[in-house]
Every structure is written in structure tokens, then in C-alpha cells.
Unconditional design. Structure first.
Length: 137
């Protein structure tokens, strides 16, 4: 079994997955647009929106799509946690994700990690960035 985070966006899936691929060094995203017959009657939906997109981050996938009207709700009780080997790399990724987003816990040393931070990015996706480093719980 593999777990694949599937993210919902409010019309900016292409922009978000492209941003994540560039930030994390993933392969170029693959996209499939909504077809006219699939979105007939959905307010605000167009064939320019993404039905499915995914990026490959070294064998791990993150997928997503654009949602419409009542189908869309911002992330609330789920976050993506990434664990890095290098604290400087973790800090840089956190800073980039937090730019134009919201920081819930600033990146810094904790009792379990050389660096940890919790934020939502400009797309409303919540991220936990961790670097355990030499610390063991």
C-alpha cells in the first residue's frame, strides 16, 4: 500500500503543483483538465480547470485537482509532514512555503528536532516541516 496525499484547490491546482515540483525538485507535473460533459451545471467550473494532476517527488506522489462550489473546502484537519535530513534545507523549504501564507509555529529547535515549523502556504495547504537530525525522541 502507498499513501498519496490528494490536495483540493480552488482553481489554482496547476499553479500549486508546479510550485511544489519546483520547490521540492520533483518531475514536471502531469495534468488532465475537466471535460465539458463532466462539469455541466457546476457553477464556476471550466475546461481550463484541472480534474487531476500529480507530481513525482523521488518516487513519492502528491496529487490534486480543482474543486468547485460546495465541492471545495480549504484544508482544516490534515497537514503534510515532511522530514528532512538537513536543517538548513528544512528551514529554506519552510520559509518558501510560509511566504504569503500563515505561520502557526515558527521554524526552530524543539526537544524532538533540530528544526520544526508548522504553516499554511498561499494555497491554503498546511505543512509540517521537520528535521530530527541528531535528536531522538
Amino acid at each position: 500500500m502507498r499513501m498519496i496525499p490528494y490536495l483540493n484547490f480552488n482553481g489554482n491546482c496547476r499553479e500549486a503543483l508546479t510550485f511544489y515540483a519546483e520547490l521540492f525538485g520533483g518531475e514536471a507535473p502531469q495534468f488532465t483538465n475537466w471535460q465539458a460533459e463532466m462539469i455541466e451545471g457546476l457553477p464556476g467550473a471550466t475546461t481550463d480547470h484541472i480534474m487531476h494532476g500529480d507530481i513525482n517527488l523521488g518516487g513519492q506522489l502528491i496529487a490534486g485537482s480543482d474543486q468547485f462550489g460546495d465541492m471545495y473546502s480549504p484544508a482544516g484537519n490534515v497537514s503534510i509532514m515532511l522530514d528532512f535530513d538537513d536543517v538548513a534545507d528544512a528551514q529554506a523549504k519552510f520559509d518558501t512555503l510560509a511566504k504569503d501564507g500563515q505561520i502557526m509555529i515558527p521554524f526552530g529547535e524543539t526537544f524532538w528536532a533540530e528544526g520544526y515549523g508548522f504553516c499554511s502556504d498561499r494555497f491554503g495547504i498546511m505543512w509540517q516541516i521537520n528535521c530530527t537530525g541528531n535528536k531522538q525522541m
